[in-house]
Design a binder for this molecule. Structure first.
Ligand code: AMP
Length: 431
């Protein structure tokens, strides 16, 4: 079986690494991939951009690829799965219309409200309909969100009404390009966040292991928002009761409503939820793909064959399917380049990867490339994700940081407290 993974980040390295372990798989292609995917056994990078839908389709047909798995949201929102399906190619991910759940925050909020799925109170504005008086009548803090895809940067938490007005005006003025032509302003929710990721086959929802990521750049959850500085699985915040509430109040109604509206959802579905004090799982956002960096710890724990799960979902056969998990916890620590999350420096030589490869755990690559001499250099904001496993989150964290300690480059940044919330819980319960 030949599998094509679309994308080039840490998530895609983890997908490729996992798929390559399947005894059914003879070859994994990654378009465009990174230095880490290039070095995996049975895996080849393909020089095609993730958003080059015609190029990807032509490649899949020419190489007789049996299954394509889409990593990032960009190609999904462009309709890569529709194009593949129309050509008879199996491509795992939602259609363009179903991917609007991520592609348009205004669409997602209206959808949630229409179906009574818990989410923060909000209003949507365009430049022409903008009503600063509405904002000034709300309680601060407020959250201002650019409607479209903004690489995880289009969300601004505003301490005052004035700041929210100025932020919205900045978005209308083009701060996030077209993504900011429509703006959602919503109430700020207090609580603890969790990522809930499932496989969906149009009707049934198969939840994957729970996880939690760390969005802020610095220890103690301070500093600017990033794409994610680390993640761990499982997330103790998702107790069995919360798990059941997320399934009952968010995941199943979302999938059922999408099917009723004529846009059935097939693919990974990710709900970012804020669990408020009364245990209500409020949807902050939907992603129409696996999370990054959540994929790295989650797939490190998955024992089942991912290709079989994707095929079952494509065939509408997820009912009754179980996923086999390693009971150990996994912690993934992101190592980022100098300057991240703003302008990043590229081309720094990464030292210590060979030493790290002899240690337990796994280093997934994200923004890496091979230079002209075949050496691995930084090539993006988030460069690596070091994943450790252990019988507790604390032990998994120790393994991950031993990997981190082996690796260095000029200007590297990483948090030293990934998993801290779970570890505090473990300490409190004596786990
Ligand atoms: P989003 O991309 O919508 O998930 O937003 C990015 C981050 O902003 C989330 O992970 C939260 O930390 C924060 N956030 C978004 N919406 C809210 C909200 N209504 N209340 C509190 N924090 C929020």
């Amino acid at each position: 079986m030949k599998v094509l993974i679309i994308g080039s980040g840490g998530r895609e390295h983890a997908l490729a690494w996992k798929v390559a372990q399947s005894p059914r798989v003879t070859r994994v292609y990654v378009a465009p991939g990174n230095a880490g995917t290039q070095l995996e056994p049975r895996t080849t990078n393909v020089d095609l951009a993730a958003e080059d839908v015609p190029g990807l389709l032509a490649f899949a047909r020419r190489e007789q690829v049996d299954l394509t798995i889409v990593g990032p949201e960009g190609p999904l929102v462009l309709g890569v799965c529709d194009a593949f399906a129309a050509a008879g190619q199996r491509c795992f991910g939602p259609s363009r219309l179903a991917a609007r759940l991520e592609g348009s925050k205004a669409f997602a909020k209206d959808f949630l409200q229409r179906h009574g799925i818990p989410t923060a109170a909000y209003a949507t504005f365009t430049r022409r309909s903008f009503d600063p008086a509405w904002i000034r009548a709300q309680r601060a803090p407020l959250v201002v969100k650019a409607d479209g895809l903004a690489a995880g940067k289009g969300v601004v938490i505003c301490a005052t009404q004035d700041e929210a007005v100025t932020t919205a005006e900045g978005m209308f003025a083009g701060r996030f390009g077209e993504a900011g032509e429509t703006v959602v302003v919503e109430a700020f929710l207090e609580g603890e966040e969790a990522s809930f990721i499932a496989l969906v086959d149009g009707t049934d929802v198969l939840p994957l292991a729970t996880s939690q990521d760390h969005k802020r750049l610095r220890d103690g959850d301070e500093g600017p928002n990033t794409g994610g500085m680390g993640a761990y699985s499982p997330a103790p915040v998702v107790t069995p009761e919360i798990h059941e509430r997320i399934m009952r109040e968010v995941m199943r109604p979302t999938v059922a409503a999408l099917a009723r509206e004529g846009t059935p959802y097939v693919g990974f579905l990710y709900a970012g939820v804020m669990i408020t004090a009364d245990g209500t799982p409020n949807v902050l956002e939907f992603n129409c793909r696996f999370g990054d960096p959540e994929t790295q710890p989650i797939l490190s724990r998955m024992r089942s064959d991912l290709t079989g799960l994707c095929e079952a979902a494509l065939d509408g056969r997820l009912a009754g399917v179980d996923v086999d998990w390693d009971p150990r916890a996994a912690v993934g620590v992101v190592l980022a380049a100098a300057g991240y999350p703003d302008a990043v420096r590229k081309g720094d030589l990464i030292h210590g990867l060979e030493a790290a490869a002899t240690l337990p755990g796994k280093v997934f690559h994200a923004g890496t490339a091979l230079d002209a001499n075949g050496r691995i250099v930084t090539n993006g904001g988030r460069v690596l994700c070091a994943v450790g496993l252990g019988s507790s989150v604390r032990l998994a964290q120790q393994q991950a940081y031993r990997l981190v300690g082996a690796i260095r480059w000029e200007g590297q940044q990483y948090r030293k407290d990934i998993g801290h919330r779970a570890i505090e819980r473990e300490a409190a319960t004596g786990a």
